[in-house]
Design a protein around this ligand. Structure first.
Ligand code: B12
Length: 417
């Protein structure tokens, strides 16, 4: 049907993907029943000893069509989201309607994000970006108490909506991304453990702190921290073993529908307040003559991580300039230039901000080419894949604030990133 010999390729999924990416026949791989149609791809597969399927899903197909499809979905995400929420006969929206009555906006989940993730997966030519999100959504829906059919039916409806807005070639690709995500659904991991493990460092303090915050008692929470610091616990340990651990735990509880958005906001705000109370301990050491700029990429609202990173640099004697959430590219460039930064740290928590990070990195490379600045990245989204930071063109990556210091010191002393 596609002008290819369908009898030879028995794996229909692979044939489908080959057609999608316009690949011409070259070699046949009996191992995964694929015929490879392109010399460069064949070389790639053989050198890396991967299957064709792995190749297709490895992000090498940075095709214009994917990008165009991603842009259209992104531009029309609000309309798509509205149509989805209005779908009367589709789970989970019928359930939603019966539960929350008027106004189908969910207090837990923003349906626009559904299309933002899909658009970003296409922009990044990375089907796993969307399927990782769908796996996460599966757990969220379990927390809502939705039946197991709700997510598959929503994904089918997603394809139906795309039919009306995408030209056929783009639609086939977008459908393949949705199908890839559907095929990854299955039993969710029963092993979604608490981030506070009882024999972990400062576990008792972390549990007490979290309990106080979830009780709405930030004053007692703050007292626990200040007493711990006075008794000799280091601020760095408090940051990583109490604040970070508790924030991750709040995220897990929110995902399981065990704490509300309001409780999460309260805890995050209280933690930032208590961090500020520790500043006499942070801004007190000797300076080493190096400068760090920290910022979240455009659209990114998760600012606590990079704030912690900036504070760690400050504790190591660096001068720091922290721009916080959703930093415009022009302000990051301006700060690098004005303060003659040695290292700029960019934070990416949401995987749908990967292209924003890539664009910001290109802007810094272009506009700060006369500066020595090195680009360090980190954040929840980049902790999900070991090489994502390389693909976006950064000079280095660190999984947490402690590691960030090690990597940055390597950068400024000229050793490997
Ligand atoms: C608090 C929070 C929020 C707050 C943030 C408030 C604030 N002022 O920062 C608000 C309410 C804004 C928020 C919004 C959303 N959130 Co939120 N959020 C969280 C939560 C619970 C904690 C984040 C945090 O404070 N972590 C603590 C810090 C210290 O950890 P960290 O960020 O990982 O940082 C460390 C390292 O990653 C690294 N690092 C970080 N940045 C950098 C930078 C550099 C240069 C380096 C080297 C290292 C580095 O070092 C840091 C310190 O060690 C997380 C849960 C989680 N697991 O992270 C969810 C979480 C990230 N959020 C999530 C979601 C879904 C959202 C929303 C989409 C919710 C929605 N509206 O539907 C929005 C998206 C907003 C946006 N556009 O960015 C999901 C993401 C899931 C996914 N699959 O992608 C999570 C994981 C919750 C969950 N379990 O489901 N969120």
């Amino acid at each position: 049907m596609f002008g290819l010999d369908c009898d030879i390729v028995t794996n229909r999924d692979i044939l489908f993907k080959m057609v999608l990416f316009g690949i011409r026949p070259l070699i046949y791989l009996p191992s995964d029943l694929s015929i490879i149609y392109d010399k460069n791809i064949a070389r790639h597969i053989i050198l890396r000893s991967i299957s064709f399927q792995e190749y297709v899903f490895s992000g090498f197909n940075m095709k214009e069509t994917n990008i165009e499809a991603g842009k259209i979905i992104d531009e029309r995400r609000k309309e798509l989201s509205r149509l989805m929420l209005e779908a009367r006969d589709v789970q989970p929206f019928d359930l939603w309607a019966s539960r929350i009555g008027q106004g189908r906006e969910s207090k837990f989940w923003d349906s626009t994000n559904h299309f933002i993730y899909l658009a970003e997966a296409l922009l990044e030519s990375d089907p796993d970006l969307f399927s990782d999100y769908v796996k996460w959504l599966e757990q969220l829906f379990i927390g809502f108490g939705f039946p197991s059919g709700a997510l598959p039916s929503m994904l089918e409806y997603t394809k139906k909506l795309l039919r009306d807005i995408l030209p056929s070639e783009m639609r086939t690709i977008a459908d393949s991304y949705v199908d890839h995500a559907s095929s990854g659904l299955g039993p969710v991991s029963a092993d979604y453990k608490s981030h506070i493990c009882l024999d972990g460092p400062l576990a008792e303090l972390a549990s007490g702190y979290l309990e106080a915050l979830l009780d709405g008692d930030r004053s007692s929470a703050g007292k626990l921290i200040l007493e711990a610091v006075e008794s000799g616990v280091s601020v760095k340990d408090i940051y990583l073993d109490v604040f970070q651990t508790c924030q991750y735990e709040i995220g897990r509880l929110w995902h399981l529908n065990k704490v509300s958005v309001g409780q999460e906001h309260y805890c995050s705000a209280a933690t930032q307040l208590i961090m500020s109370q520790l500043y006499p301990h942070i801004f007190s050491g000797e300076k080493i003559g190096k400068t760090f700029i920290g910022a979240c990429v455009g659209g990114e609202l998760h600012e606590i991580g990079v704030r912690m990173v900036a504070d760690f640099f400050e504790m190591e004697g660096w001068d720091t300039y922290y721009l916080g959430a959703n930093a415009p590219a022009v302000s990051v460039v301006e700060a690098i230039t004005k303060y003659n930064a040695d290292v700029v740290g960019l934070s990416v928590a949401m995987s749908y901000h990967r292209s924003a990070a890539r664009n910001l990195i290109s802007a810094i490379r272009k506009d700060c080419k006369d500066h020595k600045v090195r680009i360090l990245v980190g954040g929840y989204a980049l902790n999900q894949g070991p090489d994502l930071w390389k693909e976006m063109g950064a000079d280095g990556f660190a999984r947490d604030a402690k590691h960030a210091i090690v990597v940055a010191n390597g950068m400024v002393s000229g050793s490997a990133a």
